[in-house]
Design a protein around this ligand. Structure first.
Ligand code: SF4
Ligand code: SF4
Length: 136
């Protein structure tokens, strides 16, 4: 069982398709919608899928076949370690506990796998050390 995050882009012909239902019923995957936005030409979604790796691969192929752009999104944020001075401000704003204080070194460690792309840490960092690697 693994968990992976994907960025989905819908167009106006597939924006109303029930992606969550398909993932659960056909692929036995547990989906969690982390973010969703609609605009005039479709919509975008950040989706977490939890399940067997083969099922997730099958679901991605299926979604792409529906015309939904489906891209892995493992690294939404990136930190410039030369700028970071380990003040810890990002720890308290992150809802998924992606930042952690290493008690041995007193460094703030970032686990990008835990990131759900909320963007809170970007404005919390006084050193402007955190950047987006990709936009939702
Ligand atoms: S808020 Fe910025 S400078 Fe402070 S620990 Fe986090 S990344 Fe480093
Ligand atoms: S973007 Fe949000 S979830 Fe991701 S590391 Fe920053 S605060 Fe945490």
């Amino acid at each position: 069982m693994i968990e992976k995050k994907f960025r989905l882009r819908f167009n106006d012909s597939n924006v109303n398709d029930s992606v969550s239902y398909i993932l659960v019923s056909q692929f036995k995957i547990s989906p969690v919608i982390l973010q969703a936005k609609t605009d005039g030409s479709g919509g975008r979604m950040l989706l977490s899928m939890k399940g067997p790796e083969k099922n997730i691969e099958g679901a991605v192929t299926y979604l792409r076949g529906m015309g939904i752009e489906t891209e892995p999104m493992d690294n939404y944020v990136r930190r410039d370690d030369k700028r970071c001075f380990h003040c810890g401000s990002c720890i308290s704003v992150c809802p998924t506990f992606a930042f952690e204080l290493d008690r041995d070194t007193w460094d703030v460690v970032l686990d990008t796998d835990k990131c759900m792309a909320c963007g809170f840490c970007l404005s919390a960092c006084p050193a402007h050390a955190i950047m987006l690697k990709m936009n939702l």
